[in-house]
Design a protein around this ligand. Structure first.
Ligand code: SDX
Length: 431
């Protein structure tokens, strides 16, 4: 961070406190309050962290007003259009685009780690068949720390690197196994002669009776979905991973915590919730009814796939995702998919409604991703596992960055206490 000569003055009970101000390479300045409690005896209060920078990072930059998303400085639209997921993984992990040789080496290392320990197959069988695949993923990824002891020491740079590669490589295998287990089909092993996205699609859709060869357009769309979900600054699940890591927890435990947080419908679970909402709306003529419900303060219903904590203009990922939705549905001959028609008309009507325009509620990344995934043949229960698969590289990149921060301390927020003051215990016979 750039130390500025600027400072912020805070006056409390007539006493002035000067707080240092740091400037980023791009984005808002930050007021450094690390010494505030020691100097002034007060906490700051920001329950949703809407005005709080929890860390310094050089990985992803978002400008919510301008709809900008940069990964190590590269705009998401360029990466989604010209790069591919494993190259974006390299960029997020190491900070720059790889040379051809570096990329080939990285992809080779990932390819060599795509299988999971054979004994982990038994772990899946402990779940009920109807377990949500996210429950399975949380359990299996956490259990990786019981199988890969040689990459759990966070103080060993080489073990951190091995754990990073293992997680990126194995998440598609684990997600596909969670899906296969949920539909009662046998697990499909990864193949080293397939690219990352084609391998995942084959592990999901191949059966012993008939192999599956991913259409290049579908594989490209899948890879683009991975890229569009790869990282997103300090969102809820990434912040969970950072907080878990600050205690020294091993990488598999930290990523399992991130998966658990992502599951929520306000976060990564929104793509499943959005598709379920579109299916509930069913036809274009029912859209006004649901828009009215979303606007009704007495109705907890919200338009899933709309709104964002940071983007208050448009989510640049949604723009790219919408293009992919058209390509995939056109390829599959379902461009007249009734759900896509409902989605497009819902977007049109919502954005024409002052409630959504005034509150700057625009379609986010989850609005169109579910439509593509459903068209590919995935059940809605697999939408968030695919988000988790994609976001693993973001979580791991942020985890590595935090561990290399010399200022790292265990995360320990304080609180505004409004409970009882001290009082004495009264034995039950006297109450
Ligand atoms: C992701 O953080 C990230 O980066 C997340 C993510 C990532 O890549 O990691 O981008 C992925 O999680 C995308 C968001 C997916 N979630 C959804 O689509 C669920 C529906 N969206 C809402 O739950 C909501 O918009 C949030 C949670 C996304 C954002 O919450 P905020 O910023 O706290 O929004 P808010 O509650 O402050 O909303 C402001 C107003 C409120 O009304 P008022 O109290 O001002 O009267 O807008 C309303 C809200 O009630 N509002 C909505 C709405 N979202 C907000 N009203 C109807 N439908 C909605 N979807």
């Amino acid at each position: 961070m750039a130390d500025t000569q600027k400072s912020a003055k805070l006056t409390i009970d007539g006493q002035d406190f000067d707080l240092p101000v740091h400037s980023p390479t791009v984005g808002p300045d930050v007021v450094d309050i690390r010494k505030l409690y020691g100097q002034a005896g007060v906490f700051t209060y920001d329950p949703g962290f809407t005005s709080t920078a929890a860390c310094e990072s050089a990985i992803t930059f978002i400008d919510g007003d301008e709809g900008v998303l940069l990964h190590r400085g590269y705009p998401i639209g360029q990466l989604a259009g010209q790069s591919h997921y494993l190259e974006v993984c390299y960029l997020l992990l190491y900070g720059n685009l790889p040379s051809a040789a570096e990329l080939q080496d990285f992809e080779g290392r990932v390819t060599q780690h795509t299988m999971i320990h054979e004994q982990m197959h038994n772990f899946f069988r402990g779940f009920r068949r109807d377990a949500h695949p996210m429950a399975t993923m949380v359990g299996v990824v956490g259990a990786m720390s019981a199988f890969y002891h040689d990459s759990t020491d966070i103080n060993d740079a080489w073990q951190r690197e091995v754990a990073s590669i293992r997680l990126i490589a194995k998440m598609p295998t684990i997600a596909a196994m969670a899906y296969k287990y949920s539909i009662g089909q046998p697990f499909v092993y990864p193949r080293n002669d397939l690219d990352y996205a084609s391998n995942f699609l084959r592990m999901c859709f191949s059966v012993p009776a008939e192999d599956y060869h991913a259409d290049p357009i579908l594989a490209r769309a899948m890879d683009r979905i991975f890229t569009l979900h790869a990282d997103h600054e300090q969102n809820a699940s990434t912040s969970t991973v950072r907080l878990a890591s600050s205690s020294g927890a091993n990488p598999f435990a930290c990523i399992a915590a991130g998966i658990a947080c992502l599951w929520g419908p306000a976060h990564g679970g929104a793509n499943q919730a959005c598709l379920e909402m579109l299916n509930e709306i069913g036809t274009v003529d029912r859209i006004p009814e649901f828009i009215a419900r979303a606007k009704d303060k007495n109705d907890p219903f919200r338009l899933m796939g709309f709104g964002h904590r940071v983007y208050k203009n448009f989510d640049p990922r949604a723009t790219v995702m919408k293009e992919s939705a058209d390509e995939v549905l056109d390829l599959l001959g379902v461009e007249n998919n009734p759900i896509l028609q409902v989605a497009k008309e819902l977007e049109k009507q919502a954005l024409a409604d002052p409630y959504f325009a005034d509150k700057k509620l625009f379609p986010n990344v989850d609005f169109y991703s579910g439509i593509i995934l459903e068209a590919m043949g995935f059940p809605t229960s697999m939408f968030t596992p695919i988000f988790a698969l994609s976001r693993t590289v973001g979580w791991i990149s942020q985890w590595k960055e935090q561990l290399s921060d010399p200022a790292l301390k265990i995360g320990r927020p304080r609180q505004l206490y409004t409970g009882e003051t001290q009082r004495d215990y009264i034995p039950v016979e006297k109450r």
